[in-house]
Design a protein around this ligand. Structure first.
Ligand code: ZN
Length: 297
């Protein structure tokens, strides 16, 4: 079977020093991954096992200042050094010139040009697109990646058909939102995502839990979210189809240092699990992932 890739993006997750400000150094935070990799996700974490690779990769990309989301995510999904292109790290959303990079080099569009398939597994709401139309919101990088490839967005009915995930993994809505989403366990979310990845050349899922916890400097919620991510990854790996290689990475550090509400200069993890895991060994920064996926597809 052709090689498939499942990319799980965890916003704001770096590899930092062990200590009271790093929730990833709490044994309770990621018990599965710590056991699976033989170490916690902390500074210099490396693991090479059969079909498993973990290494730190650089997120600063040779540009001064703290790495930010729009340039980091654009780099991840295009293979182009977006902060170098712009001359700075850019936070939040993708503006005109980042949009042109995504249009030219976007992973989804190029996968389609190679005759492969791609999908964004995140569930979207009509309210999101209304807010964009009213210019109250702007497109995120992954939204543009999907849009510029002219691919459909997954909506609530696909969530109900077990074919989409909410960005927070479980679909738990904050109490002020009345809309029923039928929350699911992280285990079930992992199972659904693994099943979806069997059908597409490239499947992308994004979660921002770690970046939110990092900006909030809230250790209790950081540990809770890391536990959720840990159960989710455990289930995804357990249910991973044999022709799918899982990649887990981030755009910049944040949650691993709760002494600051800002991003960090720390490297981010690149975890690869599956038959092509070791092909990602030469990747040293955020630019390396998309070209490698496209070469292996
Ligand atoms: Zn952030």
């Amino acid at each position: 079977m052709a090689a498939h890739f499942l990319l799980i993006f965890l916003d704001g997750l770096g590899l930092g020093k062990i200590g009271p400000d790093n929730p990833l150094s709490e044994p309770a935070a990621m018990p599965f991954l710590t056991h699976y990799l033989g170490q916690p996700l902390i500074a210099k974490a490396q693991s090479v096992q059969q079909n498993v690779l973990l290494k730190p990769i650089d997120a600063t990309l040779g540009v001064a200042g703290l790495p930010q989301s729009a340039t980091g995510q654009t780099t991840l999904y295009t293979g182009q050094n977006a902060p170098k292109f712009l001359g700075r790290h850019q936070s939040g959303f993708a503006n005109g010139s980042l949009r042109s990079l995504i249009d030219h080099y976007g992973l989804f569009r190029r996968a389609l040009l190679q005759g492969k398939t791609a999908t964004l597994a995140n569930a979207y709401s009509p309210e999101y697109f209304y807010a964009i139309a009213q210019r109250k919101r702007r497109y995120s990088v992954c939204t543009l990646l999907n849009l510029l490839a002219q691919l459909p967005f997954r909506m609530q009915y696909e969530y109900d058909q077990e074919k989409a995930l909410y960005w927070n993994i479980t679909g738990e809505a904050p109490p002020q939102i009345k809309e029923a989403r039928n929350p699911i366990s992280p285990q079930l979310a992992g199972q659904r995502l693994a099943a979806l990845s069997a059908e597409y050349g490239v499947t992308l899922f994004e979660s921002y839990l770690t970046d939110y916890a990092g900006h909030a400097q809230d250790k209790a919620s950081a540990v809770k979210y890391l536990q959720r991510i840990d159960s989710f990854l455990q289930s995804t790996i357990h249910h991973l189809p044999p022709h799918v290689t899982l990649l887990v990475t981030s755009d910049h550090g944040n949650v691993e240092n709760l002494s600051t509400k800002h991003h960090t200069l720390n490297p981010v993890p690149l975890l690869a699990v599956g038959i092509h895991a070791h092909d990602f060994a030469p990747v040293i920064n955020l630019t390396g992932i998309t070209p490698k996926i496209l070469a292996l597809l």
